[in-house]
Design a protein around this ligand. Structure first.
Ligand code: C5P
Length: 251
């Protein structure tokens, strides 16, 4: 069997580095945002809320319309179940999806293999598969509660390495973790996707540790995830354009 096609990143293009989080509760609201951002934003994140509300058909609709979709469902289950879910994500035509690295190397390797095989057989481009290391909502108390004695930094390091060794393409990492990940994983092209972004002058909403788009990019993020500063702006298109300019200046 031939190897699956893998999308080679064109990180030089600012518009491919911004991922707008469609954190809304209906397909209608999401469609309207996507239409407002048409021609400016190429990549959208669909997470648990919108997926639970609008389902896989909506993911397929946007992907078929040429949008790049990061399906942020953070799969974490037995290897076979995650691998089968990953194949279904690939069938929908997503550009990227994620799993929890805490599911272990067998789960990650089985998923990468099954998705690769499916994409080879269907002659489709394999989605990027990335992993969450430690949720930014977890601190050492939360880790301790679940029996993990390591501090957050040690655990991020360990799981980033495990992700790379398992053949996945990258991790989700907060801006403060970018350096930790880059020093733990030397694989060229290992992707870092960074949420918790707030442009200068924006409100922080409920994000505690925030970084500007420019700082995240100059610190080494490949992609930044931005939700409310774009989707909640009076003019989402203008807000996205400003962020793209900032990415361009920092790159
Ligand atoms: O609106 P805001 O820019 O805060 O949205 C950020 C998006 O990134 C949300 O979809 C959120 O679930 C996600 N996210 C995050 N922090 C993480 C991981 C994901 O804010 N550590």
């Amino acid at each position: 069997m031939t190897a699956p096609k893998i999308d080679t990143e064109n990180s030089a293009r600012s518009e491919d580095r911004l991922i707008v989080a469609l954190d809304v509760d209906t397909a209608e609201k999401a469609r309207s945002l996507v239409a407002d951002l048409n021609g400016v934003v190429t990549t959208f994140k669909i997470g648990l809320q919108l997926f639970s509300a609008a389902g896989p058909k909506f993911v397929e609709e946007l992907a078929a319309d040429g949008k790049r979709i990061f399906l942020d469902l953070k799969f974490h289950d037995i290897p076979n179940t995650v691998a089968r879910a990953g194949v279904e994500a690939a069938r929908l035509g997503v550009w990227m999806f994620n799993v929890h690295a805490a599911g272990g190397s067998e789960m990650m390797k089985t998923t990468a293999a099954a998705v690769g095989e499916f994409c080879s057989m269907t002659n489709s481009t394999r989605p990027h598969i990335i992993a969450v290391t430690v949720l930014t909502s977890s601190d050492s108390n939360v880790l301790g509660e679940t029996g993990i004695e390591a501090d957050v930094e040690t655990q991020v390091r360990r799981l980033a390495k495990l992700t790379a060794e398992s053949g996945l393409d990258g991790v989700v990492a907060s801006a403060r973790e970018i350096g930790i990940v880059r020093s733990s994983v030397q694989n060229e092209g290992f992707l870092i996707v960074t949420p918790g972004i707030r442009p200068e002058n924006a409100t922080n909403d409920d994000q505690k540790r925030v970084t500007t788009p420019g700082t995240a990019i100059s610190n080494g993020a490949d992609h930044i995830v931005v939700g409310r500063p774009v989707t909640g702006a009076p003019d989402p298109r203008e807000a996205a354009e400003k962020i793209l300019n900032e990415i361009g200046r920092a790159a």
